[in-house]
Design a protein around this ligand. Structure first.
Ligand code: PLP
Length: 399
């Protein structure tokens, strides 16, 4: 069979299962209101939680960096691409997260891939929460370590896995053990019990990596994240975050000890063998981190929190103990989710239908994300539209 014939068959199967995806062209900056394929839409799909992606200060920082350092960076950072904005950003992030050091990567995906690959390998064991992001799953699979998965946020199951590992390692205790979880989960919006996970990893002598992609900028003091909010950040060996969500730019980062960061510079292949991002990205990210720490950032966090509370109260849904900005509406059936998203689009409201492989098969959902750029009126419009669909909503996969 020719390549195209084979691929067409595969695509037909995706279409039949309502899993076919397409990129939609957006002709406006990221914001609460965007122009999708020529049509104005109220946007509840972006991870730009503080509304910084189109913020004047970030744009100006990027423009200034281009004027000063040019458009491209020329090579990987270890060759000659380590322009000043990257060094400044690493320093700003270490200070922000209160760690000895930090290292930025071109994306969060690259940060996970490079870090896990640098630290773990054959003979080691990685224990993952069932719902961690694809980049962590891919990194764990490709590094050659043995993988164990614990049920989502299930401490009992995590302890069971840690016990199994302790037993299988034997008295010599060979092989390293790394537990990895997220803080606010990307598709479910719930928070990991980090304090309890820290206690468990200590009890069994494992290391811990936490991906704060959806909590950075939003939770904790000056937006440091959930680990800071819970007072356990200094007990997490590897703290990961992204610059492309609440911080409004793009990139990923790891914060931790000096030996950790030096090891990543030497061994993280996605850092070593990849051209440094454009200097404008680092400059914009730096402006984003700075705003998160200012009273302006606090005001944006408060506005976001109050919109999340308004949405939950108007939807009569259960309040989250730790309010992130992601609110899934579980519909299970892929066809239902696609249909609901389409109905909302007819009302000029964009809420994406999230399906396999972003979530498990049969766990399709509308994923609502709120941002500080929304208004209370925007939220009421969304609630009204959702109610007009008259579908049975579920807040969590296990309900
Ligand atoms: C978005 C995301 C990433 C990847 O970050 P990018 O910068 O988009 O590559 C990693 N982890 C989680 C939990 C994410 O949601």
């Amino acid at each position: 069979m020719s390549l195209d014939a084979e691929l067409s068959q595969r695509l037909d199967v995706l279409r039949e299962q309502n899993l076919f995806r397409q990129v939609r062209r957006v002709d406006s900056p990221q914001s609460a209101h965007i122009q999708i394929e020529g049509k104005p839409c109220l946007n509840f799909s972006s991870n730009d939680y503080l509304g910084l992606a189109n913020h004047l200060a970030l744009k100006q920082a990027a423009i200034d960096a281009i004027e000063k350092y040019g458009a491209g960076s020329g090579a990987s950072r270890l060759v000659c691409g380590s322009l000043a904005p990257f060094h400044q950003l690493d320093t700003v992030l270490a200070k922000f997260k209160q760690t000895q050091a930090a290292l930025t990567f071109s994306t969060g995906y690259a940060a996970a891939l490079g870090t896990i690959g640098a630290l773990m390998g054959r003979g080691d064991i990685i224990i993952l929460d069932k719902l961690v992001h694809a980049c962590i799953v891919d990194a764990a699979k490709s590094c050659g370590a043995k993988i164990r998965v614990f049920a989502h946020n299930d401490l009992e199951d995590l302890e069971k896995k840690l016990k199994w590992v302790a037993k299988s390692r034997g008295p010599s205790g060979q092989g390293r053990v790394l537990v990895i979880t997220e803080s606010i989960f990307s598709m479910d919006g719930d928070a990991a019990p980090l304090s309890e996970i820290v206690a468990l990893k200590k009890k069994y002598g494992a290391w811990l990596m936490v991906d704060e992609a959806h909590a950075t900028g939003i939770l904790g003091k000056i937006g440091r994240g959930l680990a800071n909010h819970l007072g356990v950040s200094n007990q997490i060996e590897i703290q990961m975050g992204t610059l492309g969500k609440a911080l409004g730019a793009s990139g990923g980062f790891i914060c931790g000890s000096r030996p950790l960061i030096d090891t990543l510079v030497n061994c993280a292949r996605s850092f070593i063998f990849s051209t440094a991002p454009v200097p404008a990205a680092a400059a914009a990210a730096m402006a984003g981190v700075q705003i998160a720490q200012l009273p302006e950032g606090e005001k944006l966090r408060q506005r976001l929190k109050s919109l999340v509370e308004q949405f939950q109260s108007e939807m009569h849904s259960r309040k989250l103990e730790i309010p992130g900005a992601i609110i899934p509406i579980i519909l299970r059936d892929e066809t239902k989710a696609v249909h609901a998203s389409k109905k909302l689009r007819e009302q000029n409201i964009f809420v994406p239908a999230i399906r396999y492989p972003s979530v498990a098969r049969g766990a399709a959902r509308l994923r609502v994300t709120l941002t500080a750029a929304h208004t209370p009126d925007d939220v009421s419009r969304l609630v009204c539209a959702l109610k007009s669909l008259s579908i049975a909503f579920q807040r969590r996969t296990d309900e």
